[in-house]
Design a protein around this ligand. Structure first.
Ligand code: G3H
Ligand code: ZN
Length: 286
């Protein structure tokens, strides 16, 4: 059934696990995330980024409606989240399109502007009953970021600044920069667990890890044990899907029916989703 991100975060906190949140681009991604979560027997967040909306000519509803229907029919709780929103116009479509939460991303702005923009996004979101996440200390590698910024592992969130930012903005959760980088195609990142501990001690809101495709399983488990409450994964699904489709088309160069290769791509994502949920949602040993 369709649930809310806030509800999943509360449940995960009680169980000392994290909420896995997967970015979707196509209908096959949506189906794979739901099927992977069903096979793992765990709830999941389906998230649509502003970039994914851009790929659909700026239209949010086609993918949002498909995701809502998939969530309503799912055998596990599924929440819908609008991710990395920079445009106020898109932000203002979130509630009507069925999303229970948004990530408002003004992290490219200097601190004071980020705080002011986030504060007004929070006011709007809370008036709609939406859960809202923001980012401080830019996690690099985002599409559209400058090449210099791409894959820059150096960005870090300062705990004192983060405390002031959370208090000043009223956000429900904070995306923190602790060493992960967006769009890595192999899991080779090392996280700054000392910083995570300091952030967790300084803040009383759930912390969100972005760029998690680049984080090895052991590092992910340690991050969850260290207080990460929501884990955003996008690229890992695309690596799985594209690799499987490429292999299939290479082996079957005469195939023209998209169902033949989309099925293979979707199956590869289902497997990846359920494996990653197993990594994130295993209860820590007492
Ligand atoms: O918000 C989305 C995530 O941060 C995804 O990052 O594509 O590097 O896994 P990723
Ligand atoms: Zn992200």
């Amino acid at each position: 059934p369709l649930t809310t991100t806030g509800e999943l975060i509360t449940r995960a906190a009680a169980a000392r696990t994290a909420v896995p949140a997967f970015n979707v681009i196509t209908l096959e991604h949506v189906e794979a995330v739901v099927a992977g979560a069903e096979s793992a027997g765990a709830p999941v967040v389906v998230q649509v980024s502003e970039n994914a909306v851009g790929f659909r000519g700026g239209r949010l509803l086609p993918l949002a409606r498909a995701a809502t229907a998939a969530a309503e029919q799912a055998r596990v709780p599924v929440a819908l989240h609008l991710d990395h929103v920079q445009s106020d116009d898109l932000l203002h479509q979130a509630a009507d399109a069925g999303f229970s939460s948004v990530m408002y991303d003004a992290s490219r702005l200097p601190y004071t502007e980020n705080l002011a923009a986030t504060r007004s996004a929070v006011n709007w979101a809370h008036a709609q009953g939406l859960w809202i996440e923001a980012e401080l200390g830019q996690v690099g590698g985002k599409a559209g970021a400058s090449p210099l910024d791409a894959h820059a592992p150096g960005a870090r969130t300062d705990p004192d600044e983060a405390r002031a930012f959370v208090a000043g903005s009223g956000v429900d959760a904070l995306a923190v920069a602790i060493g992960s980088v967006h769009a890595m195609t192999t899991p080779t990142a090392t996280l700054d667990h000392t910083l995570l501990k300091r952030l967790n001690a300084a803040l009383d809101v759930p912390l969100v890890l972005h760029g998690s495709s680049g984080v090895p399983d052991g590092e992910l488990r340690a991050a969850v044990a260290g207080g990460i409450a929501k884990v955003n994964i996008g690229t890992a699904l695309n690596v799985a899907m594209t690799g499987a489709v490429r292999d299939f088309l290479t082996a079957h160069p005469d195939v023209v029916d998209p169902r033949k290769y989309l099925r293979v791509g979707r199956d590869a994502m289902v497997e990846r989703v359920s494996r990653l949920i197993g990594v994130l949602c295993a209860r820590p040993s007492p």
